[in-house]
Design a protein around this ligand. Structure first.
Ligand SMILES: Nc1ncnc2c1ncn2[C@@H]1O[C@H](COP(=O)(O)OP(=O)(O)OP(=O)(O)O)[C@@H](O)[C@H]1O
Ligand SMILES: [Mg+2]
Length: 249
């Protein structure tokens, strides 16, 4: 059964798109068929982050309308052949509350993918709701600062109110130099959110460089962020990969 997971945050710029790209390609590397859907209508970025802009001529609204088959609209990531990207439309007017839910239902019937990752827009507005209605679980992406963690907590409450029962926290952009000096106290910070942690992703400039050049960071397996994404992907699939202490992934 295809699992649909929404990546949300509440606050903007926490790394949802980067984490979707990283975890999606990591799942593909582990041998799972993974579709990453950009739900950030009007502000899409997943296509750029994974270097598929030129090939992503169609979007999820075209597929739901029945204009284009999914197999034509979903674009394979060159460096991760089992990972596919489905772009977002430019115009909010062509999406409704249940557009993505319909899409995910249809994709499940086709049994083309093991995982669907949905990259939600920032905030808890219409696009977030559309992305959430399509998912059966959530990953909340936050950085370790208290303001961001508070918005992650709020995001978790919104997800629960929209019917999501299973959610996990990813703490992104962890800076070991600060953690070693006790800022922030990660355990306390995570406890304050009240959502079980599934992994840390370190601050790693390869995430930025790879995103800017449209290359999957998984092409650089020695980077700490790549290892973190692989560990999170393994935990998603049920492998027992213990969490390291103090922000190590
Ligand atoms: N672990 C990381 N290490 C270094 N840079 C990162 C990391 N994660 C994300 N970034 C950088 O942070 C910026 C924002 O990331 P991203 O676009 O993934 O966030 P977002 O949550 O999707 O933003 P939005 O809310 O606007 O959709 C990007 O420049 C990205 O390269
Ligand atoms: Mg984004």
């Amino acid at each position: 059964m295809t699992r649909a997971i929404v990546l949300a945050s509440g606050k903007g710029g926490t790394g949802k798109t980067s984490v979707t790209a990283g975890v999606g390609c990591a799942l593909a590397k582990l041998g799972y068929r993974c579709l990453m859907i950009d739900a950030d209508t009007g502000m899409q970025s997943l296509d750029m982050a994974l270097g598929v802009c030129a090939d992503a001529a169609f979007n999820f609204a075209d597929v739901v309308r029945g204009d284009i088959p999914l197999t034509d609209a979903a674009v394979p990531v060159e460096t991760c052949p089992a990972a596919f990207v489905l772009a977002a439309p430019m115009d909010m007017a062509c999406v409704q509350e249940h557009t993505l839910r319909i899409l995910v239902h249809n994709v499940r019937e086709m049994d083309l993918y093991d995982y669907i990752l949905i990259d939600a827009p920032a905030g808890i507005g219409k696009g977030f709701q559309m992305a959430t209605y399509a998912a059966d679980s959530a990953l909340i992406v936050a950085t370790a600062d208290p303001i961001c963690l508070r918005s992650a907590e709020k995001c978790g409450q919104e997800l629960a109110s929209l019917g999501i029962k299973q959610m996990r926290l990813i703490v992104n952009r962890v800076r070991m130099d600060l953690i070693r000096r006790g800022f922030p106290n990660l355990d306390d910070a995570i406890d304050s959110v009240g959502i079980t942690l599934i992994g840390y992703v370190p601050e790693d400039k390869a995430v930025m460089y790879c995103g800017a050049s449209g290359t999957s960071v998984l092409t650089r397996p020695r980077r700490r962020a790549s290892r973190a994404f692989l560990n999170i992907a393994k935990r998603i699939t049920g492998q027992n990969v213990p969490l390291m202490k103090h922000g190590r992934s």
